[in-house]
Design a protein around this ligand. Structure first.
Ligand SMILES: C[S@@+](CC[C@H](N)C(=O)[O-])C[C@H]1O[C@@H](n2cnc3c(N)ncnc32)[C@H](O)[C@@H]1O
Length: 281
């Protein structure tokens, strides 16, 4: 695993999403995950929806099931799944801003509940869920072995796990590690970025079988030039963007630079994006 040179605690992660709340929503929308360009002709909204659909297909959901969404962001994936699949969803986030938004944006008839709770210290019951998804949240947790042992604990036997993860290529060139992956971790408040082999090992050790991974790195990479461009337009058009960038109190303003590193990291093949699926034995 490529480790950040600075620790990223749960509070650091929460502050990242709380401070950047406005920017995530204005620049990208209610999904805080990459878009997936299957044909290359999709709009960014269609591409983000494609990623949700890919996760839903791999989770093999059916009406009446229970699903845990680890790191649910603004709850958009949870709402879609609850409404369209007739599944009861429980989402967890550590960001108070995301939690507030998720609760407010979810109509009473949608069977989705949102908890402001750390996955590594969750209060979910053993065997509570038929399926569990984690879209771009495992990167933020230091103890990856515990991420997966908790997933195995709350799933029923035969329950499905789907994880979308940012990964480091193995091996990295020293400059890719120094100027791309380590700073991406540090600036993005990720304690470390794992590799495909490490994720597979953590899942296996937690008791998952039938582990498979789809590499969609090249189909998601376009997310970052689009975000960087929209952010630049925001700086030119909205005074609040420039004020935010110039204010030293906003530690997380560094993420404006991280977007460029992410763009380059995918372009170089130093960073990968995989959708894992597995079954609890
Ligand atoms: C990149 S966002 C992805 C959000 C959502 N899955 C989506 O696709 O829109 C990362 C999410 O992981 C959550 N997260 C990070 N660490 C967490 C932890 N220890 N427990 C629960 N959620 C966590 C953050 O609060 C945030 O909602």
């Amino acid at each position: 695993m490529i480790e950040s040179s600075q620790p990223a605690t749960r509070d650091d992660v929460a502050l990242h999403y709380d401070q950047l709340d406005r920017f995530y929503r204005e620049v990208w929308g209610e999904h805080v995950h990459h878009g997936l360009w299957r044909t290359g002709r999709e709009t960014s909204a269609e591409a983000t929806r494609n990623l949700t659909d890919a996760v839903v297909a791999k989770a093999r959901l059916a009406a009446g099931m229970t699903l845990c969404d680890v790191g649910c962001g603004y709850g958009q994936t949870a709402r879609i799944i609850a409404q369209e699949q007739r599944v009861k969803v429980t989402g967890l986030t550590v960001s108070a801003a995301q939690h507030r938004y998720a609760v407010t944006a979810t109509p009473a008839e949608v069977d989705a509940t949102f908890l402001l709770q750390d996955w590594l210290h969750n209060d979910r019951a053993a065997g509570e869920f038929d399926a569990l998804i984690a879209i771009e949240s495992t990167e933020h947790m230091a103890d990856k072995a515990r991420v997966f042992s908790e997933a195995a604990r709350v799933l029923k036997p035969g329950g499905r796990l789907v994880v979308c993860a940012w990964l480091a290529r193995e091996p990295l060139k020293p400059w890719e590690q120094r100027h791309l992956i380590e700073p991406i971790c540090r600036e993005g408040r990720m304690p470390g970025m794992g590799t495909e082999n490490e994720y597979t090992r953590w899942m296996t050790e937690a008791g998952f079988t039938a582990i498979s991974a789809e590499d969609v790195s090249m189909q998601v990479a376009r997310t970052w030039p689009i975000c960087a461009w929209r952010f630049c337009v925001g700086v030119l058009r909205r005074p609040g963007y420039l004020r935010f960038l110039l204010d030293r109190k906003n530690d997380n303003r560094i993420f404006a630079l991280t977007m460029l590193r992410l763009w380059l990291a995918y372009h170089r093949g130093a960073m990968r994006y995989l959708i894992f699926s597995a079954v609890k034995a």
